[in-house]
Design a protein around this ligand. Structure first.
Ligand SMILES: Cc1ncc(C[n+]2csc(CCOP(=O)(O)OP(=O)(O)O)c2C)c(N)n1
Length: 793
């Protein structure tokens, strides 16, 4: 990395070159929104040259083009490695125009050549059926950031910068985007950026003044208030202001030079072993008109510099000759004949400040992280196995056991620096403490003697913002690294929408041959619904799984390991996988260990299977009833119910089926992990009652199995939105998923045993009443439940 002093002010010739490039990008952006033919305006513009449907966002685009032009110059002047994250990604035409101009688009899509035919294709495909989206999307080379849902630019940018010491991520933040919750909390991200080992993020707050129809808050703050706000966030803001009549090329160039110089100075000190406290990273506040250089007025109303420029400034170009005339004037105002040769290629002098090869923003290998991805050096997960001499003979805390494995993942990959653990201040609460034996929690601010486990280069990242955790990890994964997110189950809903966007990204990226697979997004949900002993109702929500299920089967995996060894096996699998979102739900409380490691591996490979040792249908005959379970607490209750049935109704043939991979329940036509009907019938039978205890909302199991022959016989127990601060067993009783209720369900559904089991049924009702009474009287679960162990071994 060069540490040369900042170059001097740019020359008039440089200003002209940058301006030409900018005009070319603006021309190409307007062309994408409007033209389906006549790209170079070689003939007078006619209505038939105009797209039938005008779709796109002009307002933010010229500002983005201006930034891109100047980043190019800065990359060359400073020999810098940069990436761009575009918060207002609805300005897709900008990213497409710039990548086409610099050649990275054609490198990625050779059919879109840098000539008039290619320009025609570039224009035509934009926001056109069968073409490319109007937002910055996976299809856009150089991007890791979907431009649809606003708010994630800064967290993505920081995720990209972690452990990339030579990278500077320029991050454009829209002033509207800045009003979102996720973005608002992201101003803290730089507090977790280590100047010694990480790269840098250069936020460029784009104050173009407006959102869709309203002013943007930050654009209307008095200047001193905005300055105080940004300084309060720990930044050193620099201001660049343009207007209808002034294009601030010299100011932008100088400001970028200063910012990069400052970044390198901060990093230089830290890397020389002189870390500073209270580091102020630079940022740029760029105030330019919305729809800059577009029509000033349309139909007598102001457009440039107002909210009216947000999307398509001239809406009736095909039908209104006045609009058509204005479009022609607007596009020719860029003087295309000066910008493009007659064959449509950009004139070489325009590209004087455009970097070459992988230094182009559209060609950054970081933005196609799969090409940089290295496998994790994983320990043998079997080394962390808990000893299981007999099912249920001992207990362990599954996430605590997992923590020992994650600790060694961190240790073994410490040198490659490509694995991080993120979470909203819950790593210890979620009992993954062992990771802190080998690394600290990232912290760049002051410390107090009472603090524990904080370190400037810690690899465990905690901030009380699920949005930021998710954004960091997405940015980290999409730039070719690996990670692990652990979160309370109920609060993962905070990132429902971010998960959506990431899943959409993966779905599209998988269809693009040039995008290499990236490491999966691994989400461990713990402190789950059934064991919120001291937090209660607010913390009880297993619905993330339902949400996840809506996304494309090819990218979604959901695992419910019932004990510690199955959790280890699942975690190993997830850490090796690519291009998925893996959701793992596992408890942190002491839980019986059911399977030894060999059995756990086999069970996880099957995804769902009969637990012979817990079943009493081993005589070759069909079972009378199947007890299904998915999740650690449901498994415990099912086994306890099987235990009661075995003792009280020994002639009843009971089969216990545990499901660890929830997707196995789906038909094989719906999900790659799905079972064929034959497999499903073999496991659950086509006609016997199935009492299924499920970790989450019961309707999901119905949704997954509704096409199966035996679906009418499925009776699912799960969380019915009944909860409070109470004992573990009272929780399952409140939702009728307790062992006693499951036995009652069996009695009620197995034909012919009703009369024989009448007494047992009554006993179960009494047991529930006694258990309820006990909690109210003594504040804990009744001893027969608390001390229950699997006895049928
Ligand atoms: C989370 C979210 N809410 C709402 C929208 C709808 N939306 C699209 S663009 C926009 C205004 C964006 O303003 P700004 O970030 O300032 O971008 P610019 O003005 O540069 O277009 C809104 C509200 C969205 N895309 N994402």
């Amino acid at each position: 990395m060069s540490t040369a002093t900042a170059p001097g002010p740019i020359s008039e010739a440089d200003t002209q070159t940058l301006d030409g490039y900018w005009r070319a990008a603006n021309y190409l952006a307007a062309g994408q929104i409007y033209l389906s033919a006549n790209p170079l305006l070689a003939e007078p513009l006619q209505p038939e040259h105009i797209k039938p449907r005008l779709l796109g966002h002009w307002g933010t685009t010229p500002g983005l083009n201006f930034i891109w032009a100047h980043l190019n110059r800065a990359i060359m002047a400073h020999d810098a490695e940069m990436m761009i994250v575009i918060g207002p990604g609805h300005g897709g035409p900008a990213a497409l125009a710039n990548t086409w101009l610099e050649g990275s688009y054609t490198d990625t899509y050779p059919s879109v050549r840098r000539d008039v035919a290619g320009m025609h294709q570039l224009f035509r495909q934009f926001s056109f059926p069968g073409g490319v989206p109007s937002h910055v999307a996976p299809q856009v080379p150089g991007s890791i950031h979907e431009g649809g849902e606003l708010g994630y630019s800064l967290s993505h940018a920081h995720g990209a910068a972690f452990d990339n010491p030579d990278l500077i991520v320029a991050c454009v933040v829209g002033d509207g985007e800045a009003e979102t919750g996720p973005l608002a909390t992201s101003w803290h991200c730089h507090r977790f950026l280590n100047p010694a080992g990480d790269g840098a993020v250069l936020p460029i707050l784009h104050l173009n003044g407006w959102k869709i129809a309203n002013p943007a808050v930050l654009a209307r703050l008095p200047e001193d208030e905005l300055d105080a706000l940004l300084r309060g966030f720990g930044y050193e803001p620099a201001y660049v202001t343009g207007s209808h009549s002034y294009v601030p090329h010299p100011e932008m160039a100088a400001t970028l030079d200063t910012a990069i110089g400052r970044i390198r100075a901060i990093q230089g000190e830290a890397r020389a072993g002189r870390p500073q406290t209270g580091v102020r990273w630079p940022m740029i506040v760029m105030r330019t008109p919305k729809g800059w250089t577009g029509p000033a007025e349309v139909d007598g109303l102001p457009v440039e510099g107002t909210w009216r420029a947000h999307q398509v400034p001239l809406a009736e170009v095909r039908t209104n000759p006045q609009h058509l005339q204005q479009l022609a004037e607007w596009m020719t105002s860029y003087r295309p004949e000066e910008l493009f040769a007659s064959d449509g290629s950009p004139r070489p002098e325009l590209l004087r400040h455009v970097p070459a090869g992988a230094r182009r923003l559209g060609s950054s290998p970081h933005a196609n992280g799969g090409v940089l991805l290295r496998d994790l050096d994983l320990p043998d997960f079997r080394d962390y196995a808990v000893l299981v001499q007999a099912p249920g003979a001992r207990e362990s805390e599954p996430t605590k056991v997992l923590g020992t494995m994650l600790r060694d993942v961190l240790r073994r990959n410490g040198e490659q620096r490509n694995f991080r653990v993120v979470g909203p201040d819950e790593t210890e609460s979620n009992r993954l403490n062992a990771v802190l034996e080998v690394t600290g929690k990232t912290w760049e601010e002051q410390t107090l003697p009472v603090d524990r486990n904080l370190a400037p280069d810690g690899r465990v990242m905690e901030i009380l913002s699920e949005h930021t955790c998710q954004g960091w990890l997405e940015g980290y994964l999409l730039t070719g690294r690996h990670g692990w997110f652990s979160c309370y189950e109920a609060f993962i809903h905070i990132v429902d929408s971010m998960f959506n966007q990431h899943a959409k990204w993966l779905k599209v990226a998988r269809q693009l041959p040039w995008r290499q697979p990236v490491a999966s997004l691994n989400i461990l949900l713990t402190s789950h619904v059934w064991r919120q002993d001291h937090n209660g109702f607010s913390h009880q929500d297993p619905g993330f799984i339902d949400h996840v299920m809506n996304k494309k089967a090819e990218v979604i995996r959901v695992y419910l390991p019932p004990d510690a060894n199955t959790l280890l096996s699942v975690a190993d699998h997830c850490l090796r996988s690519r291009d998925y979102v893996n959701v793992i739900v596992a408890g942190k409380q002491p839980n019986p260990d059911w399977l030894d490691m060999d059995s756990a591996i086999l069970h996880c490979a099957r995804g769902a299977g009969i637990w012979e040792w817990a079943s009493s249908d081993g005589d070759g005959a069909e079972p009378d009833v199947v007890l299904g379970c998915a999740g650690d607490v449901p498994t415990l209750e099912v086994l306890a119910a099987a235990d009661i049935l075995r003792r009280e109704l020994p002639e009843l043939r009971v089969r216990v089926v545990n499901v660890v991979d929830l997707m196995r329940l789906q038909p094989d036509t719906e999900h790659p992990h799905g079972m064929s009907d034959a497999e499903f019938n073999a496991l659950f039978t086509p006609d016997r009652p199935v009492i299924f205890a499920y970790h989450g909302y019961p309707w999901l199991v119905h949704r997954l199995t509704y096409r199966r022959d035996g679906h009418n016989n499925f009776h699912v127990r799960g969380y019915k939105e009944e909860g409070t601060t109470t004992t573990p067993f009272d929780m399952v009783m409140m939702n009728d998923m307790d062992r006693f209720h499951l036995v009652m369900d069996v009695i009620d559904r197995v034909a012919g045993i009703g009369p024989r089991a009448a007494r047992l049924r009554q006993q179960m009702t009494d047991s529930r009443a006694r258990a309820r009474y006990w909690t109210r009287e003594y504040g804990e679960d009744v001893p027969e439940v608390r001390n229950w162990t699997w006895s049928a071994r």
